[in-house]
Design a binder for this molecule. Structure first.
Ligand SMILES: *Cc1c(COP(=O)(O)O)cnc(C)c1O
Length: 378
């Protein structure tokens, strides 16, 4: 990944603290991508590190068939924080696995096979999740993937209604497409998806792997829209960068999910890290903070009148669509301003900083963008 952006001047990262990363020489970088949204509470948050170190010394692993207090505590916390009605928790080790489980559960619970997914969507890179990911170059070398996946235009309610029928197991989508260019679902789209899937007896799966845990300004993006899916998936920052994913399911899914398991499901060390991360998100009221700082960031970006095509997003999931390739801008931000941001396709610069950043960090990003877009874009 980093070779793609920084192929000319690699930056080797050694240490992290809060919103900052440091290389071997001690040079400080503002991690405005939160290392792919994996550090919502910042790097090495003391609460998370403390809980993790304590657990490392107590127990690294026990098979999932024995109850373990740390795992039990995480189940309870996630159930309590899950959107109402989807309180059954399946734990795994990554986002793609969380979606893989969601697809399996939906097929088992409905007895159907067809999956409807969205163009520009991203859901991971294992064979099942990859089949629901849009970008052809990710898929082509590995085909055939799982069958019976149909893609619809994101946001088109009529196309959705036409695609979902009695044979459909699930409709899978992101509430805001992240990697696909930072596109939020248009108003009414999730509601239409809820209605169409409910009518057909299909599962509505919402992939909140990038949007969830406060990033869009509430704990789950579906909550802002007042929609209750049948399954929500989460991963990325849930354990502050240790590998974990979770599939949150309604009772009717959990009652008939087939036979699924994973050796490392809810391992004690990642569970301790996840539990502590969730505590910090709740105690520091990070969803509301992300909403406020995200609004400030977008307002500043617009007020700066940068030579860009669009500024969009929700909370601290922000896309800046530029006129030419985003790569040179990302490189200049990193090398000249020590700000690490992300691409979302060729022409969109994606900002997903830790949810803990302040307005001063947001202003620094805007000033830097003003500088790097000045010469080449204008
Ligand atoms: C990153 C991401 C995934 C895949 O997660 P991995 O942990 O890389 O497997 C799936 N869906 C969305 C929306 C993502 O952003």
């Amino acid at each position: 990944m980093s070779g793609f952006v920084f192929s000319e001047k690699p930056i080797e990262i050694e240490r992290g603290e809060g919103p900052y990363l440091y290389d071997a020489d001690g040079t400080e970088y503002l991690d405005a991508g939160a290392s792919y949204a994996c550090t919502p509470v910042g790097h090495c948050h003391p609460t998370v590190v403390g809980a993790t170190v304590e657990q490392v010394e107590r127990l690294l692993y026990v098979q999932g068939s024995y109850p373990n207090p740390v795992r039990t505590e995480l189940y309870e916390k996630l159930s309590a924080l899950a959107p109402d009605g989807i309180e059954n928790v399946w734990l795994c080790n990554s986002g793609t696995e969380a979606n893989e489980a969601a697809l399996k559960f939906a097929r088992a619970a409905t007895g159907n096979s067809k999956i409807v997914a969205t163009k520009r969507g991203f859901h991971g890179r294992t064979m099942g999740a990859l089949a629901t990911t849009w970008k052809p170059t990710y898929k082509r070398p590995y085909e055939p993937l799982i069958e019976d996946v149909e893609f619809v235009d994101y946001g088109d309610e009529d196309a959705l209604a036409a695609a979902i029928d009695d044979e459909t197991a699930a409709f899978l989508l992101e509430p805001v497409q992240g990697e696909g260019g930072v596109h939020a679902a248009p108003e009414g789209y999730l509601e239409a998806a809820r209605d169409a899937t409910a009518d057909a007896g299909a599962a509505l799966i919402v992939d909140e792997i990038q949007t969830g845990l406060g990033r869009t300004g509430s704990l789950w993006a579906v909550e802002e829209r007042g929609v209750t899916p049948d399954i929500v998936t989460t991963a990325k920052g849930i354990a502050s960068g240790l590998p974990m994913g979770a599939t949150l399911c309604a009772d009717w899914i959990a009652a008939d999910y087939g036979d699924h398991a994973s050796t490392f499901s809810g391992g004690p060390v990642v569970s301790a890290a996840a539990s502590a991360t969730l505590d910090v998100i709740v105690e520091e009221e990070l969803p509301a903070h992300a909403a406020a700082v995200g609004t400030h960031l977008r307002e500043k970006l617009r007020a700066a009148d940068l030579p860009v095509r669009d500024v969009r997003g929700e909370g601290l999931l922000v896309g800046v669509e530029v006129k030419r390739g985003a790569n040179r801008l990302l490189r200049d931000l990193a090398l000249e301003h020590h700000i690490l941001a992300l691409p979302a396709g060729r022409t969109v610069l994606r900002l997903l900083p830790p949810l803990t950043i302040g307005r001063d960090h947001a202003d620094r990003v805007v000033d830097a963008l003003d500088d790097v877009t000045g010469g080449a874009e204008g």
